[in-house]
Design a protein around this ligand. Structure first.
Ligand SMILES: NC(=O)c1ccc[n+]([C@@H]2O[C@H](COP(=O)([O-])OP(=O)(O)OC[C@H]3O[C@@H](n4cnc5c(N)ncnc54)[C@H](OP(=O)(O)O)[C@@H]3O)[C@@H](O)[C@H]2O)c1
Length: 284
């Protein structure tokens, strides 16, 4: 990947720009509109939102008003966990479209594998959700469909019954958390891996190893994390509401981490997971 406009290609041929702006904890309203606008001005062509973030309306507004043709921007949203189920998904999708104010979205993801109240029948429940995803995809409402936070044992039963295989799995992936098993599974099945919290939620930006490696290339710890993600074959979704950081986080195409530096960064594995385990019943 040589620039923000370079893309991964999903198995259905749809191209997805290799870095996306994350918008979790980005307040709805001016903050979100300004962040998305700053990202698009900096060259980002991929925005990641979710119903659970409460900012679809602002993401949609920024995209509608940015002056870049709609088809040049890749927009992802995610089904809220409480809205899983066949009918519920169809209804929730219409609300998402209304909030975004767009004619179509590029990708829709099942946000979480197990919904509240479905600890025992989550396999059936998630399949019913997926059936709705397949129908929305076949109707041309969405260009790509996928999942988020699905581990191998969540994906396998879904894929056994699915007519259309998930194209993407969005997972917590960063220098502190590698998820080798599900990463290998997705790579083998041709499922593109998106990395959430690629900069470890900003919590390791003073880490001496990341700073030392960054200094070699004239880059910050955050840029080292985003670059590491790309070199692992992931699609990082760095979040910021600060225009300078938004630009900085995407200024990662003029250096390549050596294999030796990647191996050193891999030792940060000990940091571990920052978000909840996917089997946790997520309230949203
Ligand atoms: N599917 C899921 O379940 C899931 C879960 C979590 C996240 N996500 C997606 O992934 C995106 C990214 O994850 P994330 O937001 O958790 O974490 P992240 O992108 O790893 O880190 C964001 C944090 O780092 C700070 N930051 C940004 N750029 C920085 C820089 N250059 N130097 C120092 N600090 C910096 C941000 O603060 P400022 O904003 O103040 O700059 C914010 O506090 C989300 O926004 C969301 O779109 C998905």
């Amino acid at each position: 990947m040589d620039s923000l406009k370079d893309c991964y290609t999903l198995y259905n041929g749809v191209k997805i720009p290799c870095v996306g702006l994350g918008t979790y904890l980005t307040d709805d309203g001016e903050t979100c509109v300004n962040a998305v606008r700053a990202a698009i001005e900096a060259g980002y062509r991929h925005i990641d939102t979710a119903v659970a973030y409460g900012n679809e309306a602002s993401v949609g507004k920024a995209i509608r008003e940015c002056g870049v043709p709609r088809e040049e921007i890749f927009v992802t949203s995610k089904l809220r966990n409480v809205n899983q189920g066949y009918e519920e998904t169809k209804a929730a999708f219409e609300v998402t479209m209304e909030q975004l104010g767009l004619d179509y979205i590029d990708m829709y993801l099942v946000h979480w594998p197990i919904a509240r109240g479905h600890k025992l029948d989550w396999k059936e429940h998630s399949y019913q959700t997926w059936r709705a995803f397949e129908e929305l995809y076949e109707a041309g409402r969405i260009r790509a469909i996928g999942v988020s936070n699905f581990l191998t044992y969540h994906l396998e039963p879904l894929m056994e019954r699915a007519k259309i295989m998930p194209m993407v799995n969005q997972l917590e992936l960063h220098p502190g958390y590698h998820q080798d098993e599900i990463v290998a599974f997705c790579k083998e099945k041709g499922i593109v891996l998106e990395a959430w919290s690629p900069m470890m939620q900003g919590k390791q930006m003073q880490n001496p190893l990341l700073i030392e490696i960054g200094e070699k290339y004239g880059k910050s710890a955050a840029q080292v994390c985003v670059r590491w993600s790309l070199q692992k074959g992931f699609l990082p979704l760095p979040k910021s509401v600060n225009p300078e950081r938004i630009r900085q986080n995407a200024d990662v195409f003029d250096f390549v981490l050596t294999d030796e530096d990647v191996a050193k960064i891999d030792t940060l594995k000990s940091v571990g997971r920052l978000g909840p385990h996917p089997d946790t019943i997520y309230p949203d």
